[in-house]
Design a protein around this ligand. Sequence first.
Ligand code: NAG
Ligand code: NAG
Ligand code: NAG
Ligand code: NAG
Ligand code: NAG
Ligand code: NAG
Ligand code: NAG
Ligand code: NAG
Ligand code: NAG
Length: 623
Amino acid sequence: MLSLLSSLAVTWLAGQALAIDLTVSKTGGNSSSELLYGIMFEDINNSGDGGIHGQLLRNNGFQGTDPGLTGYAAVGDVTITQDTSNPVSSAITSSLKVAVPSGATGFVGFANEGYEGVPVLAQTYANYFWMKGDYSGTINLRLVGNSSGTVFADHNITVASNASAFSYYDTSFTSTASTDGNNVWQLRFDASKVAGSSLNFGLVQLFPPTYNSRYNGLRDDVASFLAEVKPSFLRFPGGNNIEGASPSDRWKWNETIGPVVDRPGREGDWTYPNTDALGLDEYLYWCEDMGMEPVLAVWSGLSLGGGIVSGDALDPYVDDILNELEYVLGSTDTTYGALRAKNGRTEPWDVSYIEVGNEDNLNSGCGTYASRFTQIYDAVHAAYPDLTIIASTTSTSCLPSTIPSGVITDIHHYLTPDEFIEEFNEWDNWSRDWPILVGEYASTTGNDGSTTYWSYMQGSCAEAVYMIGMERNSDIVKMASFAPLLEHFDMAEWSPDLFGLDASPDSITGSTSYYVQKMFSTNRGSTILPVNTTADFGPVYWVASADSDTYYVKLANYGSSTQNVTVNIEGTTSGSLELLSGGEAVSNYPHDVSITTATSSVAGSSSFTVDLPAWGVAVLAVS
Ligand SMILES: *[C@@H]1O[C@H](CO)[C@@H](O)[C@H](O)[C@H]1NC(C)=O
Ligand SMILES: *[C@@H]1O[C@H](CO)[C@@H](O)[C@H](O)[C@H]1NC(C)=O
Ligand SMILES: *[C@@H]1O[C@H](CO)[C@@H](O)[C@H](O)[C@H]1NC(C)=O
Ligand SMILES: *[C@@H]1O[C@H](CO)[C@@H](O)[C@H](O)[C@H]1NC(C)=O
Ligand SMILES: *[C@@H]1O[C@H](CO)[C@@H](O)[C@H](O)[C@H]1NC(C)=O
Ligand SMILES: *[C@@H]1O[C@H](CO)[C@@H](O)[C@H](O)[C@H]1NC(C)=O
Ligand SMILES: *[C@@H]1O[C@H](CO)[C@@H](O)[C@H](O)[C@H]1NC(C)=O
Ligand SMILES: *[C@@H]1O[C@H](CO)[C@@H](O)[C@H](O)[C@H]1NC(C)=O
Ligand SMILES: CC(=O)N[C@H]1CO[C@H](CO)[C@@H](O)[C@@H]1O
C-alpha cells in the first residue's frame, strides 16, 4: 500500500505532448443505467450459511442429505446423538439428544464449532435454542477457545423445561474478543439433575450484531463491507442454487419464509445443506436495507441434475410462481399477501424485476427454454404487466423467435483476462432495443488456462476493461454483477470470489476485483459522455460520464508499461483520483491484503495528467 502510494503521481502538465490525450465532451452522449453495477448472490462456498447470514452455529437443524453430528461435540461425560424421534417441528425433524450417565455431577452438555470455528469478538450475541426434557435450573452458555480453553463469554439463564414439548429460550450476552477463529459455543447444564436420563436440544442459533439490527439478519461486519460497494441491485437466490439436483430439490420460496423453525432447509446445489434461514423475506430486507433493486429469480423448469419440466407439466410450477409473486407483491387481502403480513411484512415488497431461471442455455435446457419462458412470461405478464422480465440467456437459438418488448436477456462470462479484452466491444453494435443483464462475470483463469485461486491485477484490470465497455453502452447494458460474491475461506468450492472471510478476527478480505467493483460503482455519472481523441483503445481503455457538474473518467491500462494519460474537461479545477495498481500477478489473499484503492487529491485547470501504472485501474472524479 505504501509503495503503491509513492508510485502514484498526478500532476497538471499543461501543454506537454503526451501519448494519450482525451477530451471529454460536455454535451451529447447516452444516459447510463442507474442500476448498472450490482451484485449476484447464491449460497455457494458457504456464502450464505457461514457467510453473510448472521447465524453462526452449524448443522443446527440437521438439514441436508446426511447431516450426522457435523459441528457438534460432547462436553463432559455425556453421549450425544441425532434424535429423529424428537423433532423440534414438522420442518426441523431432528434434535440433539444429550444422554447423561447415572451418578454424573458438574456441568456437562455439548459444543458447536460453527463454520470452521465461531467468530468471537467483543460484542453482544443473541442466542436462541429449544429444549425438551424435565429440567429446572441453570443453563450455562459459553464461547470458549477450542484449544486454549479460554472462556470469552459465560452466561447463565434459568429454565424450566419438561418432557412433553419443546420449550423455546431466547437470551443475549456479551463477549470479550478471541485472537483467533478457533472457538466453539457451548451449552451446559447441571448433570446431577439429569443423571441416568437425557435432554434434547434443537435449532440452536447464535447471532452477532446484525445489519440494520434485523432479527434473523445478516452479519453486520460482512454486510457493511459489501455495502461499501454501493451495489444497485441484488440478483438472487441463484444461480445454479435455484435449480436443484432434481425438480423436487429446487429452491422453494414457500419453504424459506416464516419462523425459521418452520423452514425445512434443503440440500443445496453446491453439495452442502442450506438452512434457508436466509430466505425470501430476508433477501428482500437485505435489498431494502442496502438500497438495492431486487432481481428475483424464479424456477423455470430446469434442474441442474438434468430433469426438465416443460409443457403442461410446467403448469403447477407456473402457478407456484404466481403464488410467490402474490406473496411478494399482493395486498393483504390476498391469500399469500396475508401470509406475508402474518410473517411480519404488511407492505408489499418493491420488486420490479423477475428472472426466469438460470443459464437455461446450459444443462440441456436450450431446446425447451423458448416454450418454458413463454409459458411463464405470459402468465406473469398478464398478472403483473409492470414487471420487467429477464430471460436467463442471450442465445437466440434458445429464446422465442420474437422476444417480447422490454424483456432483458442475461449473459454470463467466466473468461481469461485476454478474452475479456476481446469482449470489450461486445455491446458496441448491439441492437439499441435489446437490453442486457450481464448477470455473472469474472476472470477465472490465467491466459495460459491456469486456475485463478484469488483475483490478481491482470484479471481484475481485464474485468475493468470489460466494465468500461459495458458502461460505454449502458443505454442497453442495464445491469452487471460479478460472481460469485463471497466465500468462506475454509469451505469454498469455487474461486475466485469477490470477497471472503473465516472465523478469525479481521478476516474479511476484498480481492483486487472487489476494489475494482467498488471504484466503478461508487463513481457513477448519469450520462455517458463522448470522448474526443486520436488514440485507439488498447492498452488504455476509458469511459467518461457526468452527474450534474462532476465528471468521472474511468481508465484501465491492460499493458505492462506505465501510460501517461491527459484528460481535458473544460472548466474543471479539482477532484480526486482513485487508483488500484500492483504488478500483473499481484493479488490479495485471505488475511493478506497487499492492494487497496489509493485516493489522492488532484488540481488542474481543465486538464489533468495521470501516470497510469501497468495493469492499473483508475477513476478521476473532477468538477
Ligand atoms: C469533438 O470533436 C468534434 C468533431 O471534431 C468537435 O466538433 C467537437 O467540438 C469536439 N469536442 C470537444 C469537447 O473537443
Ligand atoms: C449511444 O451509444 C451508441 C452505441 O455506442 C452510439 O452509437 C451513439 O452514438 C450514442 N449516442 C450518443 C448520443 O452518443
Ligand atoms: C476443536 O477441537 C476438536 C478436538 O481437538 C477438533 O476436532 C475440532 O476440529 C476443533 N474445532 C475447531 C473449530 O477448530
Ligand atoms: C453459572 O452458574 C453456575 C452454577 O450455579 C455457577 O457456578 C457459575 O459461576 C455461574 N456463572 C456465571 C457467569 O454467573
Ligand atoms: C411443557 O412445556 C411446554 C413448552 O414450554 C409448555 O407449553 C407446557 O405447558 C409445559 N407442560 C407442563 C406440564 O408444564
Ligand atoms: C411448497 O410448495 C410446493 C409446491 O410448489 C409444495 O409441494 C410444498 O409442499 C410446499 N411446502 C410447504 C411447506 O407448504
Ligand atoms: C461494429 O460496427 C462497425 C461498423 O460497422 C465495425 O467496424 C466494427 O467492427 C463492429 N464492431 C464489432 C465489435 O462488431
Ligand atoms: C466453492 O464452491 C464450488 C462450487 O461448489 C466448488 O467447486 C469449490 O470446490 C468450492 N471451493 C472450495 C475451496 O471448496
Ligand atoms: C508528463 C508525464 O507525466 N510524464 C511521465 C510519463 O510517464 C513516465 C513513466 O512512464 C514518467 O517518467 C513521466 O514523468
